[in-house]
Design a protein around this ligand. Sequence first.
Ligand code: SDX
Length: 427
Amino acid sequence: MSNDARLIAGNEEYSYPVLSGSVGPDVIDIRKLYAQTGMFTYDPGFTSTASCESALTYIDGDEGVLLHRGFSIEELSENSSFMEVSYLLLNGELPSSAELDEFSRTITRHTMLHEQLATFYRGFRRDAHPMAIMCGVVGALSAFYHDSTDISDPVHRKISSHRLIAKMPTIAAMAYKYSVGQPFVYPDNSLSYTGNFLRMTFGVPAEPYVVNPVVEQALDRIFILHADHEQNASTSTVRLAGSSGANPFACIAAGIACLWGPAHGGANEAALNMLKEIGTPDKIPHYIERAKDKNDPFRLMGFGHRVYKNYDPRATVMQKTVREVLTALKVNDPIFEVALQLEEMALNDPYFIEKKLFPNVDFYSGIILSAIGFPTTMFTVLFALARTVGWVAQWNEMISDPGQKIGRPRQLYTGPTAREYVPLDNR
Ligand code: SDX
């Protein structure tokens, strides 16, 4: 008995191979469907579609499992560092101590930005959203690093990957500095990846900046939690842009643009703004009723997920980290209490239970970032900073796949059929 999937369409029966991965749902290989049946599949939002084969990240939405190259997000966030997770995503194995030192040194030595790019910032209004600046500046990188844009050359791919991972903190910090009218702070190679970012963001030339180890560790863990997440919208955007042969800087700029949406990476900014709007626990029932009202476009930001129909494991780690950071910084943020009570009420409400809506990675992250001193407009910038390693790893995996071809979906056409042109005088 073959393991093929059989389809009966019209009077014909067709069979398609069922492919199995190392874990997770099997897939029906329908690459020959249109040629054989003259029909397309129809799956807006790709709720039942596997777009590629990947060995990077595995998610089990029902069990709330997230693995990077087989290692659980719980273990990585507890025991690893963002540099080590970056190495793991790019190379497939945890590094030795020497390999990690060399990788960190390589990234560190790419953190400076071409000096001409500093003038690029001066073209933006001071109140420009930093994500608009990220889209513009990252998209412009190919104009400055043209010596690493030949995607057919593995050396070029490696250098551009390292440049993107290394320069995102510098670009992000400069976007923040520009928004507050402070001078840009150059990278300091004696600091860790995350410590360097904190100093470039919050340091000033007028006095020394001492990295707070609690903040450094919490932010490094937040970067780990955001590093990669299978074929989410922005990663799929990067893969689709890369499938045309576009240079990696342009592809990552496309990913940043997609991440900005409030249904995706923009949800961390929207979630904290929502918690601030709710303000006090007594207002929570009103907002929960609004979220359940079909006629009200309001949704609980930071809740729900296309894949997780259980608690997002990243949200669990994030909630624990909130407690650690607020305690260490001696910050008593009433918004955290609102978040905890909102979660408690939502998780006990039949609407959220039935629709399997749980807090996702964006629900608590804003509380920590706010406590550290970031304005809400920087939250998605930090998401993009961390997700760059995932985008770059997924882009490399796609480019190295001998079977990859340009992504070009089809459609169900429901527009007018052929008709004659009507001259203007006759309309
Ligand atoms: C990220 O894909 C990834 O992996 C993304 C991400 C990553 O790491 O890359 O995990 C990061 O983007 C996390 C998600 C951040 N977004 C938000 O928190 C925004 C609020 N959440 C929703 O917009 C929504 O839950 C989505 C977009 C996240 C998922 O939407 P789906 O899978 O398309 O589900 P859906 O919109 O079809 O919702 C199913 C039902 C609907 O009700 P019915 O039409 O069936 O009656 O659940 C309802 C929705 O109305 N619903 C919500 C809700 N989310 C879904 N109702 C109230 N509040 C919510 N947050």
